[in-house]
Design a protein around this ligand. Sequence first.
Ligand code: ADP
Length: 371
Amino acid sequence: MAQQDLLPLVKNTIAVSSGKGGVGKSTVAVNLAIGLAQNGAKVGLLDADVYGPSVPKMLDGVSKPKAEPGKITPLEKYGVKFISMALFTDQNTPVIWRGPMASRLIQQFISEVEWGELDYLLVDMPPGTGDVQLTLVQTVPLTGAVVVTTPQEVAVDITTRGLKMFEQVNVPIIGIIENMSYFLCPHCDKRTDVFRHGGGEKAAGTLSVPFLGGVPLDPALALAGDAGNPVVNLKGSKRTASSEAFAKISSELVAHIERVKDKSGKNGENVRIAPKEVKGDGSNMVIEWEDGLTSKIPFEELRVKCPCATCVDETTGQRVITPDRIQAGVSPQAVNQVGRYAVQIKWSDGHDTGIYSYNYLRELSESLAKS
Ligand code: ADP
């Protein structure tokens, strides 16, 4: 099944990620989800942070979701449907085992949770940019990603690593949010830049991605989260500067999601031409591209041009596999879509580690057409 078809009723799937833990990524994800719902959108929140799943606590989720084979009913609070890995995993499980569990669970959440129609599904990602995160990014059909940072973390390189991961798999960056931006004294309203303020905005500028806004360091935010009533939901005089910041960023987010979708639609910087159909004709892979071009790549040529680390030396870029080592008549046994950007081919000679990005396939087709 094509990845895009996995969540047919979900209009936008947004990853909320961070270069490291503890920057307030889950707090941001929960408050943005509620903020979007307050603006009238249908919203879901998938808590995939298997290392520190705090979403159920923030949403006061004491109840267990109803789970029958193949059908999980999400919980719902403040107009947000949500599901969390914490509700399905034992938090005493050693951290090292949680990565593989995350991959399996997210697939289950995507195919079995009854999300219904949603305008936005936010995915609270595990922090960092390792294999677990990369697998999740490839599993979920993402519209784009939001990166949460703190002023002192920027350390632009940590954020850059996060951005690179999404870029690598062709997921557009919607923008950067700076959390714990500054402290606003509740008594005298004086603003103090506890950490070096402005790092997030500076990083956004350096990396040419939009800055979506800053959220102040707010004791009420932690208290409200712990009490299961996130700040964006506070009413009247209880509202604080962070309640307002989240409301503003939620609206900002909507505009920026539309921006990346516009870009990906045509003349996109992020999504280049994708295939409409990939099939085999006995000895060639036949690709029908969205722009009307049809290309044929002979199976043996495609096998020898496998881009994986076994076939190409990662440091020198030298091809290790050569045409004389390719089995005659080699052909694909399965072609599986990976994220929104590539296919993975399982070959008849048993080789299955090659992920061929659309860009790579297009380049191959074009160079064959020229030769
Ligand atoms: P992450 O998901 O990045 O690991 P969390 O969202 O779980 O981080 O937040 C870590 C802790 O910091 C929580 O106790 C949360 O309440 C607190 N926190 C997050 N953002 C703020 C903020 N802007 N002001 C005060 N406390 C915050």
